[in-house]
Design a protein around this ligand. Structure first.
Ligand code: SF4
Length: 88
């Protein structure tokens, strides 16, 4: 795929995660977090701390929390978001 083709490639809201390549998925997460207003977003340190907890949690499966069904990299970014197991 050429650079032009990649640039023009859009993320389809109806696509499954398996249809995304890894870079596109990370880009989607980054864009979502950037759209949160600073007041609604946790600090970078808090975000990383939360993800560290998720990474050692038995409920994490392929980026998804099996307790709530959320993608933890999205959920962990929100200031008002809580871990359903009260781990953060
Ligand atoms: S949000 Fe809570 S329950 Fe879900 S994977 Fe993270 S630490 Fe585990």
């Amino acid at each position: 795929m050429s650079d032009i083709d990649k640039k023009d490639q859009r993320i389809c809201k109806k696509c499954l995660l398996r249809d995304f390549d890894e870079a596109a998925y990370e880009e989607q997460i980054r864009r979502f977090i950037e759209k949160l207003s600073p007041g609604d977003r946790v600090s970078h340190e808090e975000y990383e701390k939360r993800l560290l907890v998720c990474q050692s949690c038995e409920s994490l499966v392929t980026g998804t929390c099996m307790k709530c069904g959320c993608y933890v990299e999205l959920r962990a970014a929100g200031k008002n978001s809580r871990c359903p197991a009260k781990k953060w």
